[in-house]
Design a protein around this ligand. Sequence first.
Ligand code: NAD
Length: 417
Amino acid sequence: MIETSNSFQMVVSQIDAACEKLSVKEAWRLRLENCERELTVHFPVKMDDGTVKVFTGFRIVHNDTRGPAKGGLRYHPDVTLDKTRALAALMTLKTAVVNIPYGGAKGAVICDPQTLSLSELERLTRRYTAEITILLGPESNIPAPDVGTNPQVMAWIMDTYSMSKGYPVLGVVTGKPIVIGGSRGRLEATGHGCMINARLAAKHLGIVLNGATVAVQGFGNVGSAVARLLEARESCKIIAISDIKGGIYNENRLDVGAVFSYSQQTGSVVDFKDGENITNAELLALPCDILIPAAIENQIVKANAANIKARIIVEGANAPTTPEADKILNDNGVFVVPDILANAGGVIVSYFEWVQGLQAFFWSEDEVNHQLQVIMDNAFGEVLEMSQSEKVDMRNAAYMLAVKRVADAMETRGIFP
Ligand code: NAD
């Protein structure tokens, strides 16, 4: 096996555990322990001041046995090849656990988008797209937004790829603006999926959501949507919200719309007038019914897992919890809806966007949300059933369901030649 550092190894160890329980053939386990394709690119970008900088990016396909490789594009200064591998593997598992016909991929560029002007961001995106074009295509490899990227970045990718083909290719990327073939409901889809999972978990545990207290770490695409939806649709009390600069807390409730407007104006939730400033670490340890980590990976670790007082964790972020922390949460009776299930709403509506683009026939928002609900209900039910029948936690159950689907597909396709 290739040498890996922590993040990818963490996912692999969980895949291995699922393979062990399911007695998966050695050949399929070995394939899941490695990424199928890894492209690293170092590319120049002209900066606004006339200088040229060289950026490094990746596009990784973990496994495409079940369909085209699907996965987001991250712009972040701390991203590495290893983290991108881990995120690609999570996509293979995520698309399998919710049973949509995709494999898993991920892309990343090491950069801090906050420090780039809009035109620098556009040139960086277009050049990165050109560099990885050999992998891209609606039938093969389809990016979407992730941390640090958004619908505008997806529009530039679609345009750059389409220019190389000579005609518009809607299906090459998802999470696009609606005017160029984006799907209704995609922008808030990941948060929407988290809300559905919170609702299903609460129902399973007999917790009433009306008035339930919620803390949300991360207030970007995912965190802001899930906070808004839980407040508006389920009458939850959002008592804490944070971002990279820190958090705010109000034991009665925060007004999510007001926090959103404030953070849009000031660049952070910190110092919001109706809240008390807290740290991200304090937010994670607050007494609440539901905790939603929706920022980045490795936030709930061995050192702080025992401090967590939430009854339910819905993992909006990818890989926010380490395996050591998971064990502690489990021992303490915290019900964890794992990332590959909890945040799959984004890739599910991306799938709808891709289908709509290929058919050139677009759905109403109600239709999108209804189909999302159907897939999520089903996936949550299947994971819960696996968890109960195999007497494992929800994460191991989700991994088992996903690994079984990918292993069955590999067995059925066989090995070429
Ligand atoms: P985003 O860039 O829109 O927002 C990220 C938020 O997290 C921001 O508020 C940022 O300030 C905060 N943050 C970043 N680093 C932090 C830190 N160290 N401590 C506390 N807060 C921090 O990103 P997003 O699209 O909302 O993604 C958030 C998470 O959800 C990521 O793990 C991503 O992989 C996952 N995810 C996103 C989608 C999607 O559709 N966007 C889908 C599935 C999973």
